[in-house]
Design a protein around this ligand. Structure first.
Ligand code: PLP
Ligand code: SF4
Length: 396
């Protein structure tokens, strides 16, 4: 059976159902693709009890096996490190406390996350929802009905994020049933789909799927690229099909040690995303989730990455760095407001140079504001307002 058909570019290879059915899920199957050392085998066996292992032939083909620290491999192949994590919790975002009905997380006043599936094409080792993803639990039709009913009777909800797991493991027909019912609710303005399929199984983004989705506009998609090597002709084509159906595509990256915790890698990623017309949206601090200690970085790493991007590349290539928490996502920015006084502010630019500017103040007359700014720039700023004694940019 395994002819050219099943090689990259072959008819079977391009068929998402073939990709899904031929996922590598055991040590024996993996051994057909690479040499599996006893340590690898042991780690896979030991971790699989906690969190399943599965990888599509497509995503597997992106791994460079000659590099034990390969960033694609790190995201998809279990490692013994997953078993050592004294700090990580099961549901660090307390999503279950914000769940009025099963599968629905209502954290913010005007929008909900609807977790409609527990399955994915691959099981990302850093997955923030591994408490239920891949565990065989299923949303029943009644659960979905209850979720839709909650949205229907909650007029404040104007934005529904369909997520999971990965909602695109479901068939087009099932998805259309779901989306058409949500679209029929008058107060729902936008529907978003969170899916990693463009990255893990781009074959899933068929023309038929896009034709179906575009009947229910406005639809937005957010996907999850973490490394520039995930940007391939196949993933670019998948994104292109979504865009041609009028669906804007954004990207959420998780900051992961050994994958993308490096300003140069991140710059290559976000600039690569712009080339395929994907807008970087969020950069997430890795959650305090059990089994992810080996991925977590200090907050300073994220701030340093943002500093290395902002001003040094296209403004809309720079994602918002967020820490997710039991009280919601909290964006954090490098501090550029250096000083604030009566009638003036001191700001730092991307190179680390500072500038004093007037700050209109309700309690100060205009003249006093002008004076405060003028006095403070005196002798420090050059003619164009740039000071020469900036604090040194970390982003060079
Ligand atoms: C992330 C998230 C959303 C969407 O948040 P945005 O900042 O609007 O992208 C909604 N609900 C929950 C529970 C979320 O975690
Ligand atoms: S695709 Fe998303 S939900 Fe699925 S395992 Fe990966 S991170 Fe988790």
């Amino acid at each position: 059976m395994s002819g050219d058909d099943e090689k990259p570019g072959g008819t079977s290879w391009k068929d998402w159902r073939w990709q899904f059915r031929h996922r590598v899920r055991t040590v024996e199957q993996l051994a057909q693709h690479t040499q599996v050392t006893p340590e690898m085998a042991q780690a896979i066996e030991a971790c699989s009890h906690e969190f399943r292992f599965a990888i599509t032939p497509y995503y597997l083909s992106l791994i460079d096996w000659s590099d034990p620290d390969d960033p694609i491999r790190r995201q998809a192949i279990p490692s013994a490190d997953e078993l050592e994590d004294p700090l990580g919790g099961r549901d660090p975002l307390h999503e279950e406390d914000h769940s009025p009905v099963k599968g629905l997380v209502h954290m913010y006043p005007d929008r909900v996350a609807f977790l409609v599936t527990a399955d994915c094409a691959i099981y990302c080792r850093h997955c923030t929802r591994k408490r239920f993803v891949g565990k065989g639990g299923k949303m029943t039709d009644e659960d979905v009905d209850r979720g839709i009913e909650y949205i229907r009777r909650t007029p404040a909800i104007r934005d529904v994020l369909i997520t999971g797991g990965d909602p695109l493991v479901a068939s087009d027909a099932w998805l259309e049933g779901l989306i058409s019912r949500i679209r029929a609710i008058p107060h729902v303005e936008i529907i978003r789909i969170g899916t990693r399929m463009p990255v893990t199984m781009p074959q899933r983004i068929t023309q038929e799927l896009c034709d179906m989705l575009q009947k229910y506009h406005p639809i937005w998609v957010n996907t999850h690229f973490n490394h520039p090597r995930e940007i391939t002709p196949e993933s670019a084509a998948a994104v292109d099909r979504l865009l041609r159906a009028g669906i804007p595509v954004g990207n959420q990256t998780v900051l992961l040690k050994g994958v993308n915790d490096d300003p140069a890698v991140m710059r290559e990623l976000v600039q690569g995303l712009l080339k395929i017309r994907v807008r970087p949206y969020y950069l997430y601090q890795c959650d305090m989730l059990r089994g992810t200690a080996h991925f977590r970085t200090p907050i300073e790493t994220g701030l340093e990455i943002i500093r290395a991007l902002q001003g040094w590349t296209t403004g809309f290539a720079v994602p918002t760095f967020v820490v997710d928490s039991p009280i919601g996502k909290i964006p954090i920015m490098p501090q550029n407001l250096v000083e604030r006084g009566d009638g003036y502010i001191v700001l730092r630019n991307y190179e680390g140079r500072t500038v004093r500017l007037p700050n209109p103040s309700p309690s100060l007359p205009e003249q006093a504001v002008a004076a405060a700014a003028a006095v403070s720039t005196n002798g420090r700023a050059s003619a164009n307002g740039h000071s020469k004694d900036g604090a040194g940019a970390s982003g060079k």
